[in-house]
Design a protein around this ligand. Structure first.
Ligand code: GAL
Length: 678
C-alpha cells in the first residue's frame, strides 16, 4: 500500500494544538511572543477558532474576523499552518437570550440556562441558522487562505436533547424508519408487552427520565436517533463550509470510546478521524503499562474507522489536565513516550490542548505548552520542544499505516443493548472492559488488532475475536461465516447472538441467525456469578482457566470439545469448543476467563493464520507501521526501569544507529526501527 499523506503542505507530522489568541487580544506582546515560542518548540500547526464565536460575532450579524485573519496570516508567514475550527462548540450569550430554543432540554424536561458548552439543541432551526451564518462568513474570509489546511467542525459533539423539537424529529425519524407503518414499529418493539402498544407515531415520546424505560427498542432507537441527528448536524456544518470552499478536508474531534454516539456512523462524513487523548497516567488503580495499552486500544478504535490512512491525535495534554480525580503531572520522559505511542498506533499528528494557559475561568490550571510563567524555560516546554525534534527526525514514517492482520469486533449498538438488557448481573456486564482485555492480550503478543464493526469487510484479517456479540445486525452472521469459510480463525464468547437489531430474541437457539451452525453449539442457559463465585475450564493439556462472572451451559451439536467446566452442577460439560468450517475454524468460549489465561489459544489461532507473534520483555509495547517496502517497528518501554529488547535488526530512525541484535531502552524510552529488507 502507498503512503497516505494527510497534509501535503506540511512535511512529516503535524505538531501543534488549540490556540486561543482571542483570550489575549489586548496583549499584542504575548501574541508576538507566541510565534517565537512556537518556532522554538517545533510547532507547525495551530488550531484556531474553537469556541471563538463571541470574538467573531460579538453581536448578532456583526462579524469580526480581522483579528483571526491577521493571526492566520502571521502564523503562515512563520511556517505554521492553521486547523480552522467552526466556533459552534459554545454559544454566545446574545444567541441564547434571543433564541432560547438553542438551549438543551434535559431528560426531566428542564431547559438549560445559558452557559457552559457542547450543550446545544442540534435540531433547533434557529441555532442551525446562526451556525450557518457564521460558518459561511468564516469560510469566505479564511477558507481559501493558503495557511488553512483543515476544517475542524465544532468540538467534541456530544449529548442529547429532549425538547419538543427533538421529540418531534424523533417521531419523524421513526416514521421514516418504519415505513410510516406503526404496526411495524409495534412488532419490532414487542409492544404487546405491558399494553405498550402505540396507535400512531404521535404517541411516541423520547425516553424521559420519568417516562418510558421498559421498551428496549425505544431506548435503542433513541440512541440511534441521537447519533443520526448529531451526524445530520455535522453534515449540515460540513455542507455549509464546503459550499464555499469545496476542497477543504474536514474532521471533528471524537472522545475515546464515548458512549453517547456511534462514531462509526459519523466517520463517513469526515476526511480524517481525529480524537482527544487524555490518559490518567500514574494513577493508583493500574500499572503505567496498563494505562498505555488502554490508550493503544483507544487509538486502535480511531485508526480502524479509516483503516487505510493515518488518524489525528487532535488533543492531548502537554503537562497535566485539570479535570481528572487527581491531576498528576507527567513524569519526565512520559510526554515523549505518549507522543511516540500515538504515532506508533497510527496517528500523523501530535496536537495539544492547549498552547498557552489562560488566566481565568475553569481551565486556568489545565496544562499547556506555555505556562503562566510565560517562558520557554520550563520542563514541560523543553519536553514539548524535544517532541518537536523527534517528530522531525522520524518524519519519513508519516503517511505509513498500521496494517493489522487481526481484528476485534466492537459495535456501539451491541454495547447499548448489553447496557439495557435486564438480565445477567448489574455490575459485571463489562462489555468494553472485556474487549480491552482481549485487545491487551494480543498486544502482548505483538499483535495490534484493529477494532471494527461486525458489518465490516473482514477479508484482510486472519484472526477475528468477537467478544459478547449479543446483538446480531442483519448480515453479521453471514459476514462471520464468510470469514471462517475463507480460512479465518474466529473466536466468539458467551452471550453471542441472543437478539436481533431490534433487541428481539432469536428463536430456535442461541447463537441465533444460523450462527449455531457455524460454531456447532447451542447455548441453553447462562449462569451469572456473584463476584466471589469461581469455576474453571479444564483444557485437554491439563491446564485450567479460571472462570468468573458468566458461564453458559452448552449443547454441542458438531464441534470438538477443547475444554470442560471443573465445577458446578454442569461440571464436565463443554466450555470451549472448536468447529472447522470451510477452510477456517470457529471457536466458542462459553465462559468468562481472563484473556491473559487464554493466550495459548490466541497463539494457536495466530499460528494457524500465519500471523507472527513477538517475544517481548515485560512492559514493552510493540507496533508496526508500513507502506510498500518501508517497515517501521516501534518499541516503547512502558515502565520507568530500563530494558533491553533482543532480536532487533535495522536502523534506529532518530539516531541512525544500526541495530544488530539488541536495543537498550531507558525508562519510558521509545525507539523507531526501520527494518532492513532481508
Ligand atoms: C477537551 C476539550 C478541550 C479542553 C480539554 C481539556 O475535552 O475539547 O476544549 O476542554 O478537553 O482537557
Amino acid at each position: 500500500m502507498e503512503k497516505k499523506i494527510l497534509f501535503p503542505q506540511v512535511s512529516g507530522f503535524l505538531h501543534g494544538g488549540d490556540y486561543n489568541p482571542d483570550q489575549w487580544l489586548d496583549r499584542p506582546d504575548i501574541l508576538e511572543e507566541d510565534i517565537r515560542l512556537m518556532k522554538k518548540a517545533g510547532i507547525n500547526s495551530a488550531t484556531l477558532g474553537v469556541f471563538s464565536w463571541a470574538a467573531c460575532e460579538p453581536t448578532e450579524g456583526n462579524f469580526c474576523f480581522d483579528w483571526l485573519e491577521e493571526i492566520v496570516e502571521r502564523l503562515y508567514q512563520n511556517g505554521i499552518y492553521t486547523v480552522l475550527s467552526t466556533p459552534s462548540g459554545a454559544r454566545p450569550a446574545w444567541l441564547d437570550a434571543a433564541y432560547p430554543e438553542a438551549m438543551r432540554v434535559d431528560a426531566r424536561g428542564l431547559r438549560d440556562h445559558h452557559g457552559n458548552r457542547h450543550n446545544h439543541c442540534m435540531t433547533s432551526p434557529k441555532f442551525r441558522e446562526k451556525v450557518a451564518a457564521i460558518d459561511r462568513e468564516l469560510a469566505r474570509r479564511l477558507g481559501s487562505h493558503p495557511g488553512v489546511i483543515l476544517y475542524h467542525i465544532s468540538n467534541e459533539l456530544s449529548g442529547e436533547c429532549f425538547c419538543p423539537l427533538c421529540a418531534e424529529r424523533f417521531r419523524k425519524y421513526l416514521a421514516d424508519k418504519f415505513d410510516h407503518d406503526i404496526e411495524k414499529l409495534n412488532k419490532a418493539w414487542w409492544t404487546a408487552f405491558w399494553s405498550h402498544h402505540y396507535n400512531s407515531f404521535d404517541q411516541i415520546e423520547p425516553p424521559y427520565a420519568n417516562g418510558e424505560g421498559s421498551v428496549l427498542g425505544l431506548l435503542l432507537e433513541w440512541r440511534r436517533f441521537t447519533t443520526w441527528n448529531m451526524t445530520d448536524f455535522l453534515k449540515f456544518e460540513k455542507e455549509t463550509l464546503l459550499g464555499i470552499t469545496p476542497d477543504m478536508p474536514v474532521t471533528t474531534n471524537f472522545m475515546r470510546l464515548f458512549g453517547g454516539l456511534d462514531y462509526r456512523k459519523m466517520a463517513p462524513e469526515l476526511d480524517v478521524i481525529s480524537w482527544d487523548n487524555y490518559p490518567a497516567f500514574h494513577n493508583d488503580s493500574e500499572s503505567f503499562a496498563d494505562t498505555m495499552s488502554e490508550t493503544a486500544f483507544q487509538h486502535a478504535v480511531m485508526r480502524s474507522m479509516k483503516r487505510d490512512k493515518p488518524f489525528m491525535m487532535m488533543e492531548s495534554a502537554p503537562g497535566l489536565v485539570n479535570w481528572q480525580a487527581v491531576n498528576k503531572v507527567k513524569r519526565p520522559g512520559v510526554h515523549r513516550l505518549a507522543c511516540l505511542h500515538a504515532i506508533a498506533c497510527g496517528s500523523d499528528t501530535v496536537q495539544y490542548f492547549q498552547w498557552r494557559k489562560g488566566r481565568g475561568s475553569c481551565e486556568q490550571f489545565h496544562g499547556a505548552v506555555v505556562d503562566h510563567l510565560g517562558t520557554d524555560d520550563t520542563r514541560v516546554f523543553r519536553e514539548v520542544a524535544q517532541v518537536g525534534e523527534m517528530l522531525k527526525a522520524i518524519a519519513p514514517v508519516a503517511g505509513t499505516c498500521v496494517n493489522s492482520q487481526a481484528a476485534l469486533l466492537f459495535d456501539w449498538d451491541n454495547r447499548w443493548a448489553i447496557g439495557d438488557v435486564r438480565a445477567l448481573a448489574d455490575d459485571t456486564k463489562k462489555y468494553e472492559d472485556t474487549c480491552l482485555d482481549f485487545y491487551r492480550a494480543f498486544l502482548k503478543l505483538g499483535v495490534d488488532m484493529d477494532i471494527v464493526g461486525s458489518d465490516e469487510d473482514l477479508s484482510r484479517y486472519g484472526v477475528v475475536v468477537a467478544p459478547m456479540l449479543y446483538m446480531l445486525q442483519p448480515g453479521t452472521a453471514s459476514n462471520l461465516k464468510t470469514f471462517v469459510e475463507r480460512g479465518g480463525q474466529l473466536l466468539a464468547t458467551y452471550l453471542t447472538g441472543y437478539v436481533d437489531s431490534d433487541q428481539l430474541c432469536w428463536l430456535g437457539g442461541f447463537p441465533g441467525d444460523g450462527l449455531a451452525g457455524l460454531f456447532g453449539v447451542i447455548s441453553e442457559e447462562i449462569d451469572s456469578y456473584y463476584p466471589s463465585d469461581r469455576n474453571g475450564v479444564r483444557l485437554f493439556d491439563g491446564s485450567v482457566w479460571e472462570v468468573r462472572d458468566y458461564a453458559e451451559i452448552l449443547r454441542v451439536k458438531d464441534a470438538e470439545v477443547l475444554g470442560v467446566y471443573t465445577g458446578e452442577f454442569y461440571q464436565g460439560t463443554p466450555a470451549l469448543t472448536c468447529k472447522s468450517f470451510g477452510r477456517g475454524k470457529a471457536y466458542y468460549a462459553a465462559a468468562r476467563s481472563s484473556a491473559s489465561e487464554m493466550t495459548p489459544l490466541f497463539e494457536k489461532m495466530l499460528k494457524e493464520a500465519d500471523i507472527p507473534v513477538k517475544k517481548l520483555p515485560e512492559n514493552v509495547e510493540y507496533h508496526v507501521r508500513s507502506a510498500g517496502e518501508e517497515v517501521y517497528e516501534f518499541y516503547l518501554n512502558c515502565s520507568e526501569q530500563p530494558v533491553v529488547v533482543s532480536d532487533i535488526f535495522g536502523t534506529e530512525v532518530q539516531t541512525g544507529e544500526e541495530l544488530c541484535g539488541t536495543l537498550a531502552l531507558p525508562g519510558y524510552g521509545g525507539a523507531v526501527v526501520r527494518k532492513t529488507a532481508v
